[in-house]
Design a binder for this molecule. Structure first.
Ligand code: GLC
Ligand code: GLC
Length: 815
C-alpha cells in the first residue's frame, strides 16, 4: 500500500494534507497582488512586500534543521497544567490528536485537536490589501471550562533579506520596534530612509507581548520551547538591536463547547515621506494609515467577507476554461491546480519557493515570458502590463537582460548576460497575448529600451529587433550563436571554467565564441512565424520573416539533423553536441521538441523519426529525460551541464519543462496516445500515489524528477517555480484537447488518446462563451473532421470570434 499524506478535495479546490510529516514541507502561496508569502503545511514560511529580496517582512532560514522552522506560529497553552503545543504541529512537534492542512487557492487552513482543544487557523491575504490575516478559531471540546493562553509569533527580517543574512556587525544594532495600542510595529531604519513599517496586531486585549527574540525564546532555546510560552507569561520586551520579533499573549477562558475567534493581522504600511512622523520631526512613526486598516481587518465580518471575495476571484479566474474529460487527473489539473501554478509563476517568476531563496533571483526574462504563455488567458490585463514591463527592459540591440527586479522593474546582469535565446521569448509571449485578446493596439504602444526615457518605439519594433538579434548573430553553419547559453542555462559552450566554485553564468564569455545552438534555431523559426502573423495583423505581408524562418529550417535540416534526431549544438571548436558521434550526451530532448513545434520536418517524416528517437532513448516511466547518456565526466567545453551528477538537473534528469514540448510535437504529428501518455507521466496528481518516491507536492509540477541514471530515479525537486506549469497547460489544453486561441479565432483541433470517447469544455474567449463538445468513437485516433457552430457546419476547424456576451455552441466530430 502506498503511503498517503493527503488527498484532493476537488469540490473545494483544496489539497488536504492529513499528516504533518510530509516527505518535504508541502507549501502554498499567499497573496496575488503586492503582499506575498509562502506557507508550509506546518505554518512555516515568510512574507514580503513586492520584492522578496528588498522588502522581506519576516525572516526565514533556508537549509535549516529541523527543516522548515520559522513561520507564522501560534502556541496554545493549557494554563491549568502548563502543557503547551503548536496547533500547526511545528515547531513544538507535539503529537496531535488530529491534524489537517487544507491548501487552497491563495489560502491555507490548518486544523488540529489536542487535549480537548480544537484549533483552526486560516491564513490569507485579502484582495487590495498589503497584509495577511490569521484567523484562529478555538473550541473547547472538554466538558469543563478551559483556561488557555494563546501566543502568536513572527520573527522580523530587517528588510533586505540578503543583508539580513550576512551583515551581523551592523544588523545586531539596528533593530527597532514601537508598541502602541497593542500593535507591534517593526520600525527598523524608519528613522532614516525607509518610509515603511511592518505591523502585527491582535483582535483581543493583550495579557502581554514580546518583541525581543531572546526574551521570548530564552537563551539557547529554539522556537520549539519558547520560555515565555513555557512560563505562560510574556516579558513585555522592547527590542533594541538584536532580533526583533512580534509576539502577542492572550488569555482566554472557554466554557465547555464554546468557540472563540482571535484574529491576527500582519501587514505592511508605507507612509508619504513628508508625513512619516507624528508629530512632524518627532521621529515617531505616523500610524494613522495603519491604524485604520488594522481596525477594519480585526473585525470578524471583514475577514469573512474578505475571504469570500478571494474565493470568488478564483472562481472568476478559473472560469476561463473548464473541462470535463474521462480522466480525473486531467480535469483536476486543468480546472484547478495548473492555472493556479501559472498564476504563482507569473507572480514569482523563479524567485520565491523552498528552492529559491528570494535573494538570488529576480524575474527571469525568458522565464516570465514563458509564464505568460500559460497566464495570458487567465488575466489578460495583467499579462499586458507584464509584457510591457518586460519589453521595457529590452536593450536597443534587441538583446535582453537575463532578469529584472520586481520593485524597480530594471534589468540587471547579476546572474549573467548574453543568453542568446532570451529575446525571442518576448515574441512568443506577445503573440500568445494577441491571440488571446485580439488587442492589436498593444503593438503600437510606445515602449522604451533599457527603461531609458526618450528611447521608446512601438512594441512591434521591439519584437522586430528581438528577431533581428538572432539574424545578426549567426555562426559558421548559419545556425544561431548560442552566446552564454540558450534555454539550457547549463550548456555554456563559450565560457570555460576550471576554477572551483566559479559561476558559469558570470564567468568570462569568450568574445569570439562561435558555438551555435540548434535549439535557438528552432525557437527562431517559431518566433519568426509568429512575427509574420503579427506583421499581417498590421497590414504587412510578413514575407520577410517567413522567408527567414524557411531559411533557418533549411539550415537545421542541413547541419542540425543527425540522421535519427536533431543535434543540439556546435561547440566552440566546431564539434557537434548531441550526436551519435558523441560518447556521452548523444541525444538532447530540447531540439526534438522545439524543432518539431516549429514545424521542421512535420511533412517529410523527420519529425516523427525524431520523436521515435525520444521514445527509444529518453522516455522513462517518470517522464522524458533531458539528455542521454548522461555526462559522467566533467567536460570543460560544455560548461555547467556536466558539473551535475548523472541524472540530476540539466544532466539527464526529467527536466519537466521540456516534456510538454514533446507532448505538443506528438500532437502536431497526430499521435494523441503518445502525447497524452507523456502528459500523464509527469502529471503531479497522477503521481500522488508515488508520494513517498516523488516527495514533492502532488498538486503542482516540479522543475525536475531525477532521471534514470540517478540513484533516486523518480524523486522530484524544485517544485512550484518552473516553466513546466505554463507549458503543460498549453500542451494539454491547446494541443491535446486542441482548444487554441489564434489571431483570427478559436481553433478546435483535438488530438486525443484513442480510448477516449470525447470530452466537453467551456471556454471564455474575447468576452464570449464557447460550449464545446468533442465526440469520437472510442478506439479511434485522429483529428476533428467536422466542426459546427450553433448547429451549422463550418469550413475547417477555426471558429471565428463571436460577439462579446454571447454563448456559442461548438461541436466537433472526430471520425
Ligand atoms: C531553470 C531556469 C530557466 C532555464 C532552465 C533550464 O528552470 O529558470 O530559465 O531555461 O532552468 O536551464
Ligand atoms: C538554471 C538551471 C540550474 C542552473 C542555473 C544557473 O536555473 O536550472 O541548473 O544551476 O540555471 O544559475
Amino acid at each position: 500500500m502506498p503511503v498517503r499524506y493527503g488527498h484532493f478535495d476537488d469540490d473545494r479546490r483544496e489539497y488536504v494534507i492529513t499528516r504533518p510529516d510530509t516527505p518535504l514541507p508541502w507549501i502554498n502561496y499567499l497573496g496575488t497582488e503586492a503582499f506575498f508569502g509562502i506557507i508550509s503545511n506546518t505554518a512555516g514560511g515568510y512574507s514580503y512586500y513586492r520584492d522578496a529580496r528588498l522588502r522581506r517582512i519576516t525572516r526565514y532560514r533556508y537549509n535549516n534543521v529541523p527543516a522548515d522552522t520559522g513561520g507564522r506560529y501560534i502556541y496554545l497553552r493549557d494554563n491549568a497544567s502548563g502543557a503547551y503545543w503548536s496547533p500547526s504541529w511545528q515547531p513544538t512537534q507535539r503529537k496531535l490528536d488530529s491534524y489537517e492542512c487544507r491548501h487552497g487557492l491563495s489560502y491555507t487552513q490548518i486544523s488540529s485537536a489536542y487535549l480537548g482543544i480544537r484549533a483552526q487557523t486560516l491564513y490569507f491575504v485579502p484582495i487590495g490589501e498589503t497584509l495577511e490575516v490569521w484567523r484562529l478559531r478555538i473550541r473547547n471540546e472538554r466538558d469543563e471550562a478551559a483556561r488557555l493562553s494563546v501566543f502568536s509569533s513572527v520573527e522580523f527580517c530587517l528588510w533586505n533579506a540578503q543583508d539580513d543574512a550576512v551583515n551581523f556587525q551592523r544588523n545586531y544594532s539596528t533593530g527597532e520596534v514601537d508598541v502602541s495600542g497593542g500593535v507591534i510595529y517593526h520600525t527598523t531604519e524608519y528613522r532614516e530612509r525607509r518610509n515603511h513599517v511592518a505591523y502585527f496586531a491582535c483582535s483581543e486585549p493583550l495579557a502581554g507581548f514580546d518583541t525581543q527574540r531572546e526574551e521570548f525564546l530564552g537563551a539557547y532555546r529554539g522556537w520549539d520551547r519558547p520560555a515565555a510560552v513555557e512560563r505562560g507569561e510574556s516579558g513585555g520586551s522592547i527590542a533594541h538591536g538584536w532580533a526583533p520579533v512580534g509576539s502577542h499573549h492572550v488569555r482566554l477562558t472557554l466554557a465547555p463547547g464554546e468557540t472563540r475567534e482571535v484574529i491576527f493581522v500582519l501587514g505592511y504600511q508605507e507612509n508619504p515621506p513628508e508625513g512619516k512622523f507624528d508629530p512632524p520631526g518627532s521621529g515617531v512613526v505616523q500610524k494613522k494609515g495603519a491604524e485604520q486598516v488594522i481596525s477594519r481587518w480585526l473585525r470578524p465580518a471583514t475577514v469573512t467577507d474578505g475571504f469570500e471575495q478571494l474565493r470568488e476571484s478564483w472562481t472568476a479566474l478559473l472560469g476561463t476554461l473548464r473541462v470535463d474529460t474521462p480522466d480525473a487527473d486531467t480535469n483536476r489539473m486543468v480546472n484547478i491546480w495548473n492555472p493556479y501554478q501559472c498564476l504563482v509563476t507569473f507572480l514569482m517568476s523563479r524567485s520565491v519557493s523552498l528552492f529559491e531563496s528570494g535573494v538570488d533571483r529576480g524575474m527571469g526574462f525568458r522565464d516570465s515570458n514563458q509564464d505568460l504563455l500559460g497566464f495570458a488567458a487567465l488575466a489578460p490585463a495583467r499579462a499586458r502590463a507584464r509584457l510591457l514591463d518586460l519589453a521595457s527592459t529590452q536593450l536597443p540591440t534587441g538583446g535582453a537582460y537575463h532578469q529584472f527586479q520586481p520593485l524597480t522593474k530594471r534589468g540587471n546582469n547579476d546572474i549573467g548576460s548574453g543568453f542568446n535565446d532570451d529575446p525571442l521569448w518576448l515574441v512568443l509571449a506577445a503573440a500568445a497575448y494577441l491571440k488571446e485578446t485580439g488587442d492589436a493596439g498593444i503593438l503600437d504602444e510606445p515602449v522604451p529600451y533599457d527603461n531609458e526615457p526618450g528611447s521608446a518605439t512601438p512594441l512591434y519594433e521591439h519584437l522586430e529587433r528581438a528577431v533581428q538579434y538572432t539574424l545578426d548573430r549567426l555562426g559558421p553553419h548559419s545556425l544561431p550563436l548560442i552566446g552564454r547559453a540558450d534555454w539550457n542555462d547549463c550548456l555554456n559552450l563559450n565560457c570555460f571554467s576550471d576554477t572551483p566554485g566559479e559561476s558559469f553564468q558570470t564567468t568570462v564569455n569568450r568574445a569570439d565564441g562561435s558555438a551555435e545552438s540548434v535549439f535557438i534555431a528552432g525557437l527562431f523559426i517559431l518566433a519568426a512565424r509568429e512575427l509574420a502573423g503579427l506583421a499581417q495583423l498590421r497590414g504587412g505581408s510578413g514575407d520577410g520573416y517567413l522567408a527567414a524562418a524557411d531559411k533557418m529550417a533549411a539550415a537545421v535540416v542541413e547541419h542540425g539533423w543527425d540522421g535519427a534526431w536533431f543535434r543540439r549544438a556546435y561547440d566552440y571548436f566546431g564539434n557537434v553536441v548531441g550526436s551519435s558521434e558523441n560518447d556521452e550526451g548523444q541525444i538532447f530532448v530540447e531540439p526534438q521538441g522545439i524543432c518539431v513545434l516549429a514545424g521542421v520536418g512535420v511533412d517529410n517524416g523527420i519529425a516523427t523519426r525524431a520523436l521515435d528517437s525520444v521514445r527509444e532513448r529518453l522516455a522513462t516511466e517518470h517522464g522524458i529525460v533531458l539528455v542521454h547518456p548522461a555526462y559522467r565526466r566533467y567536460h570543460v567545453e560544455l560548461g555547467e551541464i556536466s558539473s551535475y551528477p548523472p541524472g540530476y538537473k540539466e544532466n539527464a534528469s526529467v527536466f519537466c519543462h521540456t516534456n510538454p514540448w514533446v507532448m505538443i510535437a506528438e500532437a502536431m504529428v497526430g499521435r494523441g496516445d503518445a502525447a497524452f501518455d507523456y502528459y500523464q507521466r509527469i502529471n503531479p496528481s497522477a503521481r500522488e500515489s508515488l508520494s513517498e518516491l516523488h516527495r514533492c507536492e502532488p498538486y503542482v509540477y516540479a522543475q525536475m524528477i531525477a532521471g534514470k541514471e540517478a540513484a533516486t530515479h523518480g524523486e522530484a525537486k524544485n517544485s512550484w517555480l518552473t516553466g513546466t506549469a505554463a507549458w503543460n497547460l498549453v500542451a494539454i489544453t491547446q494541443w491535446i484537447l486542441g482548444i487554441r486561441a489564434e489571431l483570427d479565432g478559436l481553433r478546435i483541433d483535438p488530438v486525443l488518446p484513442a480510448a477516449w470517447p470525447g470530452f466537453t469544455a467551456t471556454r471564455r474567449f474575447r468576452g464570449a462563451t464557447y460550449e464545446i463538445s468533442v465526440r469520437k468513437p472510442a478506439g479511434l485516433a485522429g483529428r476533428a473532421s467536422l466542426v459546427s457552430v450553433d448547429g451549422e457546419p463550418i469550413e475547417g476547424t477555426l471558429v471565428p470570434p463571436a460577439a462579446p456576451g454571447s454563448t456559442v455552441i461548438v461541436e466537433a466530430i472526430v471520425s
